[in-house]
Design a protein around this ligand. Structure first.
Ligand SMILES: Cc1cc2nc3c(=O)[nH]c(=O)nc-3n(C[C@H](O)[C@H](O)[C@H](O)COP(=O)(O)OP(=O)(O)OC[C@H]3O[C@@H](n4cnc5c(N)ncnc54)[C@H](O)[C@@H]3O)c2cc1C
Length: 624
């Protein structure tokens, strides 16, 4: 028990945690002029990739581009430290295409740490936050485990998977953070005392094997894509160096080993109590849940250019070490593998996000924000997105400015945060394209067109980013005008019929050809148009033209939804007193306190009839 107290002044904000959420939060605060201290249990865990060494992927790639468009760091960091880049879902249409980078996890950590170290207004410090200090319902600082009181007007908690964390593999259970880092055992009690509902979630990671002991010739080689665009609008070109990944599969022997040892699995023996991620199940979970499948895909991914460690994606497990060794060695290519780090599951405390505003501010204490895995999400990108928004909103609040809340039709970030604060989550939440209603508007290629002006207005996006955005916007307009020019039938009949289109009766525009399914690259090549334009600008213009009809229809729906979003519900509304509301709706509305009618309608348990009652209530309230 530490009795000595000493004081640190001079910071307006403290960010607790240096994971993906904490880094973006600290940068957003410092870059918008707020003197900020970032506190982390261990500075060697800055932007640490505790699980897969990769950034992006389906829906997550969109999040990274949105973070970047607003002025965040994740995209730049991922571009500079990529080992391989691939565009996923190329054959599936623009709405779901996403970039994925295999990252050098050590380089990713080091570059982010250097960025933090060299950011004005930002200090980073190793230390454990034990208590959030409050006075009169407002945050006034943080007390560390050694008794230091760091005074601050705003605090962002981004404690990730560390709160009372326990690592589990078979019969072995140990109080520990990920990767042998120390856990944070002191803060949970304080969060409960501050009124948070604390829950216990669980996640898991696969083994890392020694690449020298893997027979890659038995696996399918997967190279990166040439010619993909980077994540960041500030990066020119993707890295030339591209390391391969490999694909292999589990088989009946793997499944037999797992089935024979299920009684030793903490998951099935009831040792693990926390709720796990539905969309990243362990291999034992997959074998039980999908018993009819005779194999599961396994990707072998390099962890770093400077290490032999290979990440065995798809085989996360909490089985005992002896079973793991037998299990991994049944897989083609891994027969003689030596495990360098065994797989494990981890349980940790997190909070109920229904207690948060859409700013990610805590409803019961002014100036306190939470972001990342503490909010019940899973994934680096989800964490970084929340970190940026929590940090930026803390900064705007400190500046006395309006908060930045993104709507569901503006960004995946808007969907993510709205889901968390309106519906809550009972299991680790992961972003997926199916969660977004307006996917065709929320493409990865147009993130800057949707968000950079907002990031710039909030003071986060730099002048250079804004300049690039303006140039790109102008280029896209120019390209669209060019694509709308008409071509005589003489020049295009052969070309069109060769692409399976009927011969045109009159002149057609390049845009018409696009709508008839001809690729923009083919059009550019055939008619020598758009030479000198950037391929990403051409693609965005072409997608806008091709999906014009859908986009217009989508805009009508967005407009309708926006009318409800614009109807603000006063914060002092007492839903108990509104006649006509059903009991469940009253309880939920009083707990969540939605900001507007749109959000009210998305709360589970609030019916369209309840929304109609609220509409009447608002109209009568307005009457003098
Ligand atoms: C074993 C494992 C498996 C995972 N599997 C997956 C997966 O399959 N899919 C997926 O998408 N994601 C997975 N993840 C999750 C991914 O690692 C996280 O989603 C992401 O890192 C969360 O970022 P964060 O910033 O919220 O927290 P973290 O990256 O966990 O960082 C938390 C930070 O807070 C600091 N901290 C905590 N408490 C204190 C305190 N009291 N005082 C000071 N500092 C403190 C820590 O030192 C650390 O810097 C896994 C994580 C682990 C550990």
């Amino acid at each position: 028990m530490v009795t000595n107290t000493f004081y640190t002044k001079g910071y307006r904000a403290v960010v607790v945690g240096a994971g993906h959420a904490g880094c973006e939060a600290a940068l957003a605060l410092a870059r918008t002029g707020i003197p900020t201290l970032m506190l982390s249990l261990n500075l060697d865990s800055v932007a640490f990739m505790a699980c897969n060494p990769s950034v992006g992927g389906t829906a997550k790639g969109q999040l990274v581009r949105e973070i970047d468009a607003l002025g965040g760091e994740m995209g730049v960091n991922a571009d500079r430290t990529a080992l391989q880049m691939r565009m996923l879902n190329i054959g599936k249409g623009a709405a779901v295409q996403s970039l994925r980078a295999q990252s050098d996890k050590h380089a990713y950590h080091m570059r982010m740490k250097q960025t933090l170290e060299n950011t004005e207004n930002l200090a980073i410090r190793q230390g454990e936050a034990a208590e959030v200090l409050t006075r009169g319902g407002r945050v006034c600082g943080v007390r560390t485990a050694v008794g230091e009181v760091i005074e601050a007007e705003a605090v962002v908690l981004a404690t990730g998977v560390y709160l009372k964390s326990e690592v589990i593999a078979g019969e072995y259970k140990q109080s520990s953070g990920p990767n042998g880092f120390a856990p944070a055992d002191l803060l949970t009690q304080n969060l409960a005392d501050l009124g948070f509902s604390v829950r216990r979630f669980k996640t898991g990671t696969p083994a890392r094997v020694d690449g020298r002991t893997v027979d890659f010739s038995k696996c399918e080689r997967q190279d990166g894509d040439a010619g993909v665009y980077p994540f960041s609008y500030l990066t020119d070109g993707v890295p030339q160096r591209q390391l391969p990944c490999y694909l292999t599969y589990t088989n009946e022997r793997t499944h037999a080993v797992i089935r024979a040892n299920l009684h030793r699995s903490p998951l099935y023996a009831g040792v693990i109590k926390g709720t796990g991620p539905r969309y990243c199940p362990s291999i034992e979970d997959k074998v039980v849940r999908f018993a009819d499948k005779d194999r599961h895909q396994i990707f072998l991914e390099p962890e770093s250019a400077g290490s032999n460690e290979v990440y065995v994606q798809g085989m996360s497990s909490s089985l005992p070490h002896d079973v793991q060794r037998e299990m991994y060695r049944t897989v083609a290519g891994l027969e003689r593998c030596e495990i360098m780090r065994y797989a494990y599951a981890i349980e940790y405390d997190c909070i109920d996000t229904l207690d948060l505003y859409p700013t990610l501010g805590y409803k019961k204490i002014e100036g306190l924000y939470t972001a990342g895995q503490i909010n019940g999400t899973s994934g680096y990108e989800e964490a970084a997105a929340q970190g940026l928004m929590a940090g930026l909103n803390a900064s705007l609040w400190l500046q006395g400015r309006e908060p930045l809340v993104l709507r569901r039709d503006e960004a995946y970030i808007g969907v993510l945060i709205d889901d968390l604060v309106t519906k809550g989550t009972n299991e680790p939440y992961r972003m997926m394209t199916s969660r977004a209603e307006h996917r065709i508007h929320l493409r990865q290629d147009n993130a800057d067109l949707r968000l950079t002006e907002k990031g710039y207005a909030a003071g986060l996006a730099t002048d250079e980013r804004y300049r690039r955005f303006c140039a790109r916007k102008e280029a896209i307009g120019r390209i669209k005008a060019r694509l709308n020019e008409r071509v005589s039938p003489l020049r295009c009949t052969n070309f069109m019929t060769a692409h399976g289109c009927p011969a045109p009766s009159g002149g057609v525009s390049y845009a018409d050809m696009l709508r008839r399914g001809i690729a923009v690259e083919d059009i550019c090549r055939e008619f020598s148009v758009l030479e000198g334009e950037r391929p990403d600008d051409v693609d965005t213009a072409a997608i806008d033209i091709k999906y014009e009809g859908y986009l217009k229809r989508g805009l009508e729906q967005i407009e309708k939804a926006k009318q409800l979003e614009d109807k603000k519900l006063p914060p002092d509304t007492d839903y108990e007193q509104i006649a006509g509301l059903r009991l469940e709706a009253r309880q939920k509305l009083n707990k969540i306190r939605p900001e507007n009618l749109g959000q009210a309608g998305r709360i589970s348990g609030v019916s369209p009839a309840d929304v109609a009652v609220l509409m009447v209530y608002l109209s009568t309230r307005k009457r003098p």
